[in-house]
Ligand binder design. Structure first.
Ligand code: GLC
Length: 668
């Protein structure tokens, strides 16, 4: 260890347990280098160090990457890795040592203001992509901060309202993404603001010690969310290593607890040792920039190409090939790159207008024209809207962009509904009266209710928040230069009324989670609810055939599952085969199916690939609170293979018969 704990006085040790500034660790009067922690998961959001003590701080410009939710729509670990590798270069260039991301909180409700910043409603998808993202960052010597542990699933009053969640639901839904991502050993994990079952996460020893340290074997630094600590000594005693940012009372609270003997030197040294290891890792890491600024942008485009989701495409309206094409709506000139708050990235990349991108790709075959922007500005809208309607009646196809933006989907607020604003929705309905060949491009960070217009629109493309490369990637998809291969990471319900969680259920102090494990598709599928678009949904310009499912039993709870996927079209394409498991009969209520494996495969025209995945005991288990363990119950299970959670192509039942003595007597 280069930085010897023995060189530190007790006062220096106590001061090391909280930040020196908003973003930097304490330097022990020059004995230690500082570690600079900076946002955010969608690209570097960092205060310019030159202005850090100035009255007006400035945010540096960086590459606005596709948002975390968009990364999840790629279902591609290589894209998550490349995303983080690209952000790491911006970090290295600006001397940021730890990036405060990725966030893996589960999308419990479509209303959560930060859903754009999180991966999915499913913990396996979230954890698997987060693990790749962390590896991408740390392979370049930039630390990650896996956040926010845990059960921070809404923004409303997030600093105080307690998430009241039963243990089985915590372990099956809200913790596994962390458990999977910790396999990459993030340098830090950030605890959440909220209490969990009445104890603040920042001082919740069950979470920080029993779960993170003892069960998940996390060996890095546990850092607080910013201002999530209410009493520094209680937090340190419960296992928090580093309080951020600096707080005037932190040192005196720690000093008093130490001098009274309540906080021992062993406990203090354990925290100090971990922080010294973080400093060591950060300063010893080989940090090499490998992408130029332009290449970082190209990476943003490359990733965006993989995460655009084609939700609907009737009459093969897409891809666009020729004719008069009118482009209009909210974001065609400048779509929302990302959601608001600490994850918002300031980029200076010149925005590319969709109409120009389309014209460039279609050339002489098409006449691409636009109307004045129609967005939230009612006055501007009213004037422009009529113009657009006039033009629309002359167009063969209309590409109409709708969506939200960083002021609507942002940290610290939740949405109150999931519809488009009335201006956009009403105009779209008018547009559909004058032209039936409409392609709607949806630019939102989370699910929206399309029920008013979906049946009258032939094609819908979900751009989500695709970052600064989104327009180029969108034009590639709309013109067929590339085949869309994104899949939804969250269910799009028909309306908010159908969602298992509409807003928080509780009182001023507690948000109850009565839905338990029935979150997202686990709810909709189990209770046979119709949805607008299911979890894992996304169509292609190509078609795929699934065949020859084979399930080989290795042990009673270990199986090799393999099957063929064939591209039966004449274009190159990518598919995301998904493998779900259903427990046909259980002694506890279980979701109708749960995602247990997935892959993303590229297929040339006519090509067949064999997909093979391994299912181990966890794929069949539920968490038994009485038995205090993950428990595989004997009986019949079904393996489901599909192109989405509701497009199951292959299925086969298996029987698990473990020795009786390992089983409980129920349900026999
Ligand atoms: C914020 C966010 C967290 C962010 C941190 C620093 O409140 O909850 O995600 O990294 O504070 O900005």
């Amino acid at each position: 260890m280069k930085y010897d704990i023995g060189q530190l006085t007790i006062d220096e040790k106590l001061k090391l347990l909280s930040g020196r500034t908003c973003w930097q660790t304490y330097d022990a009067e020059g004995k230690l280098p500082e570690v600079f922690l900076s946002d955010g998961p969608n690209g570097l959001r960092m205060i310019d160090k030159k202005t850090i003590s100035a009255k007006t701080q400035e945010t540096i410009k960086a590459t606005a990457m596709p948002n975390i939710s968009f990364i999840a729509n790629t279902w591609n670990v290589d894209m998550a890795y490349l995303d983080a590798q690209t952000i790491a270069d911006d970090c290295i260039e600006n001397d940021a040592d730890v990036l405060l991301g990725p966030g893996v909180n589960i999308k419990r409700t479509p209303l959560c203001g930060r859903n754009f910043e999180y991966f999915s409603e499913d913990p396996l998808l979230a954890g698997t992509l987060a693990k790749a993202y962390i590896e991408g960052l740390q392979d370049k010597g930039i630390g990650a901060s896996l956040k926010h542990f845990c059960a921070n699933n809404r923004e409303y009053d997030r600093l105080f309202i307690s998430s009241e969640v039963d243990e089985r639901t915590l372990r099956e839904i809200y913790m596994p993404a962390f458990e999977i991502a910790i396999q990459a050993q993030p340098w830090t994990i950030m605890c959440s603001y909220n209490p969990v079952n009445g104890v603040y996460a920042s001082e919740n020893a069950w979470l920080l010690k029993d779960i993170l340290r003892d069960e998940f074997c996390f060996n890095g630094v546990i850092v607080s969310d910013w201002e999530a600590v209410h009493q520094s000594a209680r937090a340190a005693k419960a296992g928090l290593d580093l309080e951020m940012p600096n707080r005037a009372k932190a040192y005196e609270e720690l000093k008093e607890a130490y001098e009274s003997g309540w906080l021992t030197i062993e406990e203090i040294d354990t925290h100090v040792q971990r922080i010294l290891e973080l400093i060591e890792k950060s300063k010893a890491a080989k940090k090499e920039i490998t992408f130029t600024k332009e290449q970082r942008h190209e990476n943003a485009v490359k990733i965006a190409r993989e995460g655009i989701v084609l939700l609907k495409n009737e009459d093969n309206l897409l891809p666009l090939k020729k004719g008069n094409i009118l482009v209009g709506g909210a974001g065609y000139e400048k779509p929302p790159f990302g959601g608001g708050g600490s994850a918002y990235v300031e980029t200076d990349y010149p925005v590319r207008s969709l109409d120009k991108e389309l014209a460039e790709r279609l050339g002489e075959n098409a006449n691409v024209f636009t109307s004045p922007r129609t967005y939230f500005l009612h006055l501007e809208f009213l004037f422009n809207a009529n113009k657009l309607l006039e033009l629309a009646s002359e167009a063969d196809t209309v590409v109409y962009c709708v969506g939200t933006n960083q002021d609507i989907e942002r940290e610290s607020i939740d949405r109150t509904h999931i519809r488009l604003n009335a201006t956009q929705e009403n105009f779209l309905l008018k547009l559909l009266e004058v032209n039936q060949n409409v392609v709607v491009v949806v630019e939102t960070g989370s699910a929206i209710d399309m029920s008013k217009w979906i049946d009258r629109v032939k094609s819908v493309v979900y751009l989500s928040y695709a970052g600064e490369g989104g327009q180029e990637a969108l034009a590639d998809v709309l013109t067929g230069k590339i085949c869309p291969s994104g899949k939804l990471n969250e269910t799009f319900p028909l309306s908010l009324d159908d969602a298992p969680v509409k807003n928080y259920e509780g009182n001023l102090f507690v948000d109850r989670y009565p839905e338990g494990v029935f979150v997202g598709y686990r709810y909709y599928d189990t209770f046979n609810k119709n949805v607008l678009f299911p979890f894992g949904h996304g169509i292609s310009y190509a078609q795929f055939e699934y065949s020859d499912l084979r399930i080989q039993k290795i042990t009673e709870t270990d199986y090799d599952v393999s099957f063929d996927v064939k591209n039966v079209s004449s274009i190159a394409a990518k598919e995301v085969p998904q493998i779900y498991v259903r427990d046909v009969f259980a002694s506890v209520s279980r979701p109708q199916k749960e995602l247990r494996a997935f892959d993303k495969i590229a297929l040339a025209p006519g090509e067949t690939k064999r997909v093979s995945v391994k299912l181990n005991a966890r794929a069949f288990a539920f968490y038994s609170v009485p038995l205090k363990k993950w428990y595989v119950e004997n009986g019949m299970f079904e393996i489901l293979v599909g192109s989405s959670s509701r497009d199951i192509r292959l299925r086969q039942k298996i029987q698990i018969e473990q020795p009786k003595e390992e089983q409980t007597t129920f349900p026999s």
